[in-house]
Design a protein around this ligand. Structure first.
Ligand SMILES: C[S@@+](CC[C@H](N)C(=O)[O-])C[C@H]1O[C@@H](n2cnc3c(N)ncnc32)[C@H](O)[C@@H]1O
Length: 237
């Protein structure tokens, strides 16, 4: 998205994004996935299009769980396989990760998982009708450890306002991180949104790691480095 201040001479300002697009090479299997599997499991959408219609997208009206930034998608595919009574929608910008998840969908024979290659912020803002999501999950978002990059962290008051609009009353927002400074920021921002979200662990507390969250690829990397993991689980009022 280009944000321009019309009428002034300043050049258009790029919105601050939570990612840097590294194209990365696709394997030949991932190339095939884009050709053969994307038409079945991929969701093409643009910010000028109407909001997604989940019933026609999944062919049923089961509750929908959205994952932001699924990486290679293996933990998302595992969750979707274990919980077929809900529909799962993954959003990721990294093309090889999207290709990897398409292959996982095929390998596991999943029918309840769809994939978008999009900036999740744009989808949350314009692509999802109010009160339609059962849950949103954000696992090990890019930590942007340098102070001057903290503004790129995806978990912010702006994200929380977008989540409050799309998560149904009683629905869940679940975040996890292995960066203590980011965990503290998440706790402050989410506890600060108590008009919308209730901390299931109690104000100021992290949640116990739930058994239903598989180990993710980035979490494994963090574990090898000895990073502690914090889960934050909030219920929409
Ligand atoms: C550190 S990785 C974690 C991946 C995965 N959740 C895991 O735990 O293994 C963060 C991922 O979020 C993706 N990402 C960052 N900002 C995003 C955005 N605005 N929309 C979609 N994906 C995003 C990145 O491309 C990256 O793959």
């Amino acid at each position: 998205m280009i944000v321009s201040d019309s009428g002034s001479n300043t050049p258009p300002r790029r919105a601050i994004r939570s990612f840097v697009l590294r194209e990365g090479r696709l394997t030949s299997a991932q190339e095939r996935a884009f050709n053969d599997l994307w038409p079945h499991f991929g969701v093409s959408w643009s910010p000028t299009a109407a909001a997604l219609d989940f019933t026609s997208l999944f062919g049923n009206s089961q509750p929908v769980v959205l994952e932001i930034g699924f990486g290679n998608g293996e933990s998302l595919a595992e969750m979707a396989e274990r919980d077929p009574a809900r529909n799962w929608l993954g959003i990721e910008v990294h093309r090889p990760g999207v290709g990897h998840l398409l292959l996982e969908i095929e390998r596991r024979g999943l029918t309840n998982l769809r994939v978008m290659r999009q900036d999740a912020i744009e989808v949350l803002r314009d692509g999802i009708a109010p009160n339609t999501l059962d849950a949103v999950q954000l696992f090990f978002p890019d930590p942007w450890p340098k102070t001057r990059h903290h503004k790129r962290r995806i978990l912010s008051p702006e994200l929380v306002a977008l989540l409050a609009r799309v998560i149904r009353s009683g629905g869940i927002f679940h975040a996890a991180t292995d960066w203590p400074h980011y965990a503290e920021q998440m706790l402050t921002v989410l506890d600060g949104a108590s008009a919308w979200f209730e901390n299931t662990a109690g104000v100021g507390r992290y949640a116990p790691r739930p058994a239903h969250r598989p180990l993710t690829k980035f979490e494994q990397r963090g574990e090898r480095l000895g990073h502690p993991v914090a889960d934050l689980i909030y219920r929409r009022r």
